[in-house]
Every structure is written in C-alpha cells, then in structure tokens.
Design a protein around this ligand. Structure first.
Ligand SMILES: *Cc1c(COP(=O)(O)O)cnc(C)c1O
Length: 409
C-alpha cells in the first residue's frame, strides 16, 4: 500500500484533544451492568439454577470469536500472564524468555512466580528478534517464551512457530495490544499454547481491569481454571474442559484467586460484539497518522508486513540515531502543541516507559540493538475519541516539529 501524505487544510497552533479519553461504555453494556448491580449477584459463581451468568457467557462468546474451545476470564492481563506460566508448570528459578521491549506487567508476571526473565533483543520492526530468542533459549535452556506483541507489532509468527517447535519452546502470547489482530489470517493469541488478553481501560475492550485466557489444550485450561479460584465449581465454566480434565489436578492445583466478576463481563460482552468494527476504526486513524508522517526527514515509519492485520490503537515511529537532546526537543515541541509523545529512550523511566534496564529484579543483559531502537522510539496513543481530522492535525504537527528540529541539527 502506498501512502501519500495529505496535509490538512488548516493546522491549528495547538491540538486540544485528550490522549487518554476513551469512548463511553456502550448503552447496552451499561444496561446489562445495571441489571447485574440490581441482582446483587456479582460473584461469577453466584448463579440461579440453570443460569450461565455474564462471566461464563463472555468466556463462551470470546472462545467462539477466537475460534478456540476454551476461554477463562480473570482479574487482569497481568494475572492472565502469571496464571498461564503456572498452568504450564513453570517453576521457581526457571528461565522464561521475553521481549526486552514490553510493558512492566510482562516481566512482572514472570518474577511473580519466582521465575527469571531472560530478555530478548527487538528489531527495528519493534518485534522479537527470533535469532536472538533461539540463541538465548540454547544458552539458558529456557522452555517457555512469553511473547509480547508490544504495541501491536507481530513478529513473523510462521517462522517463530517453526523455530520454537525445533527448540521445544512453548509460547505464551501476550496479546494486550493485539486483540483482534491476525498473522496470515490466524487470530493473535491462537498460535501459542496459551493466549492472554487484557481488558484494562487502555486496551481494545474496556472493563477498567480484566483479563482473558484462551487455549486449545484441556489440561492447561483445567489447571488455569483451578488456579484462578474455581473451588470445585469448575463445572460452571461453559467454555471450559469437561470434568475428566480435573480428576487429578483438583487435588494438587493451588487456588490463586483472580476471577472476573459479572459486572465486568456484562460491560465487555457488548464491546466484544463491536470489536471488529472498532479495530477498523483504529486502523483508519493509524493509517491517517502514518500517511501524514511518512517522508518526514529523519523520521522512520515502522514497516508493517503484508501478513499482518494489526490494530492501530497506538502508533510508533523512530528517530533512529538522533542525539538524546534532539529527541527531547521534539517531544517538548510536540507537547507544547498538544501532541503527547512517549519516549522510551529517556535515562529514567516515566509513567509507562520502563524497559529492560528498569527491571532490576531480573538479571541484567547488555542489549545494544534494543537500546538503539528504544533511544529513538516515540509512541503515541490513538484513542477512538479522535476524529480522522484530529489525526491529520496530529500528524501535521509531528511532521513540522520533527522537520524543524532535524533541520536545526
Ligand atoms: C497492559 C499490558 C499488559 C497487562 O495488562 P494489565 O491488565 O494492565 O495487567 C500486558 N502486556 C502489555 C504489553 C500491556 O500493555
């Protein structure tokens, strides 16, 4: 697809939109939530005879949407990741491979069960470096990869699956930014043994906090369900494996409570019904900003492979090999014009921009390639409350300010 920058007719001095303003919960979600509140029965197992309940219904609908047999709803995306590791039998002290560029809850989930994050370099496409992953797997003996599709960028999933199969490495997919995305037509989260999603406010469906786990493996899903705090009520999971999957594990799987409740499930179901439409709306915004910044001197747009159907809920670009003070100057000038860019290269982590060397509970590793990328990486949210015209203005502001700093240098 060739992109022709289309400058907006008028670019105001300052953009006044709010980068953290979400759309409201759909009215049918609000109505369903009120019904749950009026019932007083918020706990997922607090059901009337014969009632499925919002939480199990959400699981059934999400499993169907992802084309997998099993789904489990939990308390957060981070909980889903830790639960997935436990369900795979990862033990204290085991090495777990993960992207050096990801969000804090990912290495945090690994550390939460006493396992050891092993960071893997990322490429200029912001994806896992598959060769470095293989080298680290051989060096550490790691048997699990927690693959983070950070900011919605998918690595070559076909190649990764082949390499991991060779190495005997199991993949947990962190799909916090790829709910609804696809690689070669396959939905993100369905290639690994487990897929984990977040329904936290800044992700693709919003329940404040929440997480979803999918798998095709009944034994893994039975363990995840027990872990999430099912007591002996696992029979109430319509999108779970049958009772035979629990025969043995019900005695030796600890309860690490992290269930989802009916209230969150009630507001998620109408959002799931709209997910594909929302993904297309995000992509219209993404493609608008991308077209507007393409060709800016000194700025590298992140290439998106043909095989990838992504969800552009945020956009990244690179000021590769720029001096730090000039990147800071771009961030400052854009902020002064109302455009909020997050920089992953700052010496000290701010808000969400922590990175491998901020997670000092994990063994340090020199990551020169990742550091080079992060030093030039700027990141911006694209909430659906922005119009296409807003996105044109944002792109024009970025283009002008990057060009100004580039030419002054
Ligand atoms: C948000 C996020 C998570 C975890 O989500 P929470 O629901 O906030 O725990 C995991 N991975 C990535 C990349 C995220 O952005």
């Amino acid at each position: 697809m060739t992109l022709t920058p289309r400058p907006p007719a008028f670019v105001p001095e300052k953009f006044t939109g709010n980068f953290t303003q979400q759309e409201p919960i759909p009215e049918d979600g609000i109505a369903a939530a009120l019904e749950v509140l009026r019932s007083g029965r918020l706990h997922r197992y607090n059901l009337l005879p014969g009632e499925e309940g919002q939480t199990a219904t959400l699981e059934r609908e999400f499993a169907a949407a992802m084309g997998v047999p099993y789904c489990l709803a939990v308390a957060s995306g981070g909980y889903a990741l830790a639960c997935a590791l436990r369900a795979l039998g990862v033990q204290h002290g085991d090495p777990v491979l993960t992207n050096a560029f990801t969000l804090a809850p990912v290495p945090g989930a690994i550390a939460s069960i006493g396992a050891v994050p092993v960071f893997v370099e990322v490429t200029e496409s912001l994806t896992l470096d598959i060769d470095d992953m293989a080298a680290q797997a051989r060096a550490t003996g790691a048997k699990v990869l927690m693959l983070s599709h950070m900011r919605g960028h998918l690595c070559d999933m076909d190649r990764l699956l082949a390499v991991c199969a060779d190495l005997g490495v199991q993949i947990i997919e962190d799909c916090a930014h790829t709910m609804g995305a696809r690689w070669n037509g396959r939905l993100s989260g369905t290639d690994g043994v487990i897929g984990c999603y977040s329904t936290q406010t800044y992700k693709h469906m919003n329940s404040g906090e929440g997480g979803l786990i999918v798998s095709r493996d009944p034994a893994i899903m039975a363990r995840a369900t027990m872990l999430s705090g099912s007591y002996m009520l696992y029979g109430r999971h319509t999108a779970g494996p049958g009772p035979e999957a629990y025969d043995q594990i019900r005695y030796d799987t600890p309860n690490v409570s992290g269930r989802m409740d009916h209230l969150r499930a009630a507001i998620l179901r109408p959002q799931l019904a709209r997910l594909l439409t929302q993904c297309d709306r995000w992509n219209d915004r993404y493609r608008t900003v991308e077209a507007g910044i393409t060709g800016t001197p000194g700025l590298t747009v992140v290439a998106r492979p043909e095989q990838e159907y992504f969800v552009g809920s945020s956009i990244q670009f690179l000021l590769l090999d720029w001096a730090a003070d000039r990147v800071t100057e771009v961030v400052r000038r854009c902020a002064a014009r109302g455009v909020e860019l997050k920089w992953f290269g700052a010496a000290e982590p701010v808000a969400f921009t922590s990175k491998h060397d901020s997670w000092r509970y994990a063994p340090p590793r020199a990551m020169p390639r990742t550091d080079r990328i992060l030093a030039g990486l700027l990141d911006m949210r694209l909430p659906l409350t922005f119009s296409i015209a807003d996105c044109e203005v944002i792109a024009a502001i970025i283009r002008a300010e990057v060009a100004a700093v580039y030419q002054a240098g």
